[in-house]
Write a protein that binds this ligand. Structure first.
Ligand SMILES: [Fe+2]
Ligand SMILES: [Fe+2]
Length: 340
């Protein structure tokens, strides 16, 4: 199922297509020529366009070419409706970037099958939105700006998706956790180096600047439909159950579960890796810190316990390989504001 835009200047034809597609439960929109179609496509981003070629004002070829030239709409499949055996139209259609053709008179079964299969491909390309990869590389660039956080995003992606699987979350959520690991701090792109990379304590106003990163990140992801499940993670990974977190001061269940998971693994990784303001904590010390945060009412104790159970064997192994000099059990608690 999806939203199909039917474009035909002959009302009866549009109605006929609508009736043919109705049994599959698609939402149908209609437009009466190419110009109107372009307007609807840009405003509503349908999942498929089924378009006649011979129309007044802007014809089907021109409209198809315009849809395919616009980066915001080019992934929407366009099916052109041509007369049977009109190979000249097909060639023009291919040149205009059409994804498929159907011929009049329609074969109902064939038409429905084509539409279903193109919508399936569209759902897949939605997930592989090319802009998403741009945002992921942006996030990795930010990580590289701060060499002390090297590998942080990848570890978070692994920790969070593994915990999601243990919790029995569905594949969409597990995939959101994996991508959220890479993207949670993408908003740091908007934080000046002088604040982000500052060694030593931050002033209250500098900390206020750091606190903007989830809001900036949320806005960056907001442009992409494929990131809609990841956005709550980006926005809320610094919230705490008692409402003392940021940016929205959400409490308890109001904090999305995926964001709670990311919050736990984010703190764990900050504790178990070296930062300018602290040495590596051994697993037992990091576990103690996290349990302490649960006891303080910041995090769900059951999630913390489940995560520690899962990560312990791996951590003991890899922390065992850390430079021994940096594994100190006597270092002070890291300041709260340095865990952005
Ligand atoms: Fe982080
Ligand atoms: Fe963060």
């Amino acid at each position: 199922m999806g939203t199909v835009l039917i474009v035909d200047d002959v009302k009866g034809n549009a109605r006929l297509l609508e009736l043919l597609l109705a049994p599959d439960g698609h939402a149908v929109r209609t437009a009466s020529d190419g110009a109107e179609a372009l307007h609807v496509v840009r405003a509503e981003l349908p999942d498929l366009v089924l378009m006649d070629v011979m129309m007044p004002r802007v014809n089907g070829f021109e409209a198809c070419r315009a849809i395919k030239q616009d980066p915001g709409t080019r992934l929407i499949p366009v099916v052109l409706v041509t007369a049977l055996n009109d190979s000249a139209s097909r060639i023009r259609g291919i040149e205009a970037g059409a994804d498929d053709f159907v011929s009049k008179p329609f074969n109902a079964h064939e038409l429905r099958a084509r539409v279903r299969s193109l919508l399936r491909i569209k759902r897949y390309t939605d997930d592989l939105d090319s802009a998403e990869s741009v945002i992921v590389s942006l996030a990795l660039t930010i990580e590289a700006r701060d060499r002390t956080t090297e590998g942080h995003c990848q570890r978070l992606a692994q920790y969070a998706s593994a915990l999601g699987r243990t919790l029995g979350l569905d594949e969409d959520d597990v995939s959101a956790l994996e991508r959220g690991g890479y993207l949670h701090d993408v908003g740091k792109v908007g934080i000046p180096d002088a604040v982000l990379l500052k060694r030593g304590a931050l002033t209250p106003s500098e900390y206020d600047v750091i606190k903007l990163h989830p809001i900036i990140g949320d806005r960056l992801c907001g442009e992409l439909r494929s990131l809609r499940n990841v956005r709550p993670i980006v926005r809320h990974h610094h919230e705490r159950l008692d409402g003392s977190g940021y940016p929205d001061g959400l409490r308890d269940d109001a904090i999305p579960l995926l964001a709670q998971i990311m919050g736990i693994v984010d703190v764990f990784d900050a504790l178990t890796t070296e930062r300018p303001y602290k040495a590596v904590f051994p697993f037992t010390r990091a576990a103690e810190e996290l349990r302490g945060e649960a006891a303080r009412g910041w995090r769900r104790a059951d999630l913390v316990a489940m995560f520690l159970e899962q990560v312990r064997p791996v951590s003991l192994l890899s922390l065992g390989k850390a430079k021994p000099a940096t594994v100190l059990s006597t270092v002070a608690r890291p300041p709260e504001h340095r865990r952005a």
